[in-house]
Ligand binder design. Sequence first.
Ligand code: SOE
Length: 387
Amino acid sequence: MEKIKVGMVGYKFMGKAHSHAYRDLPLFFPESLRPEMKVICGRNESEVAKAAAQFGWEESTTDWKNLLEREDIDLIDINAPSDVHKEIAIAAAHAGKHIFCEKPLALTLRDSKEMLEAAEAAGVKHMVGFNYRFAPAVLLAKKLVDEGRLGEIYHFRAFFLQDWLVDPNFPLAWRLQKEIAGSGSHGDLGAHLIDMAHYLVGDVAEVIGMNETFIKERPLPANMAGLSASSNADGEKGPVTVDDATLFLARFKNGALGSFEATRFASGHRSTNSFEINGSKGSVIFDFERMNELQVYFNDDKEDVQGFRRVVATDPAHAFSEAWWPPGHTIGYEHTFIHEMVELMDALREDRQPVPNFRDGVKCQQVLEAVDLSIEKRQWIQISELD
Ligand code: SOE
């Protein structure tokens, strides 16, 4: 079986999720191209060496540029913070490397377009990490929409609710600094909702939004480890320069209406990533915290049994089920990353662009930026204004 030699930049939460995907993919998808975990890269030499040993990478380095010079690297996986996505992706494209980049693609729409242009000019494959598309229950929703089984789509409502920032003593992590993260809940969580809307319903025509930063300053980080971090609560504070919550309304080009909510201040919601689609023939509800299930409702059910019912998307009729377990044996968050890497490996073998790719990343960035502009101008913004 052909191998795809991977160099990865980033080793924390997403680095672990991607490493797991590369390691387990051959076990469950033996027909796919096999990822070879060559080099993992991170700023802290001892930490990234530890990650290499723990995750199963052959080598570790602190200089991402030397990944690009190596003949034995085919694919660059970028899951470091958003402020380095553009520089690394464009350099990787120029070096003729295929690219997987975590979401959001870039800090700005302009940067994301430059990344797409560089990747297309170089003729390399490029993928963006909207992993929730790859939950079998989401793929079932996609099938129902595409087969017309929900009829004409009237509504798409989605919310991504977390609560890891409710504590005012949580330190000023990189996700709270605009120059590193680009935005707060909007680009981190809202990006997933926007991509899901594009995937399931279609293009957005216009948006209007609102946002808030509830806690304006936070203790400077004593040390950071992913989303949970220690801080010197009585120490020096710094300004939060991103949104804590962003909500927006959208009108789709096909006439459907959308409502979107992303927040890290929804106490009690650890990671409620949910959408509902209402159509002329029925509805579906997906809730990531019950990610194997899709609630479905069909208007033509007999009157005495009409109501939402729960489908557990683990049967042979459902996507990816043949790779896993017998019906009813469920899978988890980490398996969505394996599925997205299967798509990448298949695209590389079939010499086609994977989906979602940088074009989808640019489309997402366009809506993110249109919402920001609508907030600034306090008016509806046409997506076409940002072409
Ligand atoms: C943090 O908010 C985060 O890790 C996001 O960055 C991920 O994209 C999401 O899948 C889970 O929450």
